[in-house]
Design a protein around this ligand. Sequence first.
Ligand code: MG
Length: 257
Amino acid sequence: MQLKKIILLPSFLLMTSMTVQAQEPQVIAHRGFWKTIGSAQNSITALVKADSIECYGSEFDVWLTANKQLVVNHDETFKGVTIQKASTKVCTAIELDNGEQLPTLEAYLQKAKSLKTKLILELKSHKTPEQETQAVINITNMIKEMGLEKRTEYISFSLHAVKEFIRLAPEGTPVYYLNGDLTPKELKEYGCAGPDYHLSVFKKHPEWIEECHKLDMKVNCWTIDKPEDMKWLIEHNVDYITTNEPVLLQKQLNKPQ
Ligand code: MG
């Protein structure tokens, strides 16, 4: 009996430590890993660099151009060009801060095919719901054609875009809502994978984290660059942390560099 206890104890401890490790938040590089030499926000280099430091995922922003094609950038108006109103040709002529041209989504995904990191694709809120529906159709078709369906997760501040991703992406594709104004129960009813909210929302409603887990949803939080905020989220068992400082977060999680 005593011997059995001695044998069982180490395996129990091992299982416990494995469980604890599995609960650690995963690192998502916000706009790729761009705070490093030769990189820039939403550049293909930033995606490659996020992959090179083994981030769980690399986040990036997508717009539909005036001629209904998709490009990767954060800003509604970037270097004087309003992306929704401009042609793809005009958008891709813009030079990013690292000297790369502003990428099309197609070029971005072509590069992603050779990498491992998850693609956390944010569709920006457009002027009309029709533009967003068109963007979701084009995105989900392109992701399917490129064989990236299992590596892609969708996020948006637009509830319309979120609903369209849930409608058009394969069943079970993670779709997160960013805007912070829906409760866990409401997110679940829409079919979301969970909230991807600003830290202030979770500070106001820390109970939502556990509530999401009970509803079998995951919790992501943006954009966390301060060690004390990382610590708070790690202690509150969130599943993902989106950060401009992925190396700092990895250190905080004691991940090998
Ligand atoms: Mg974004």
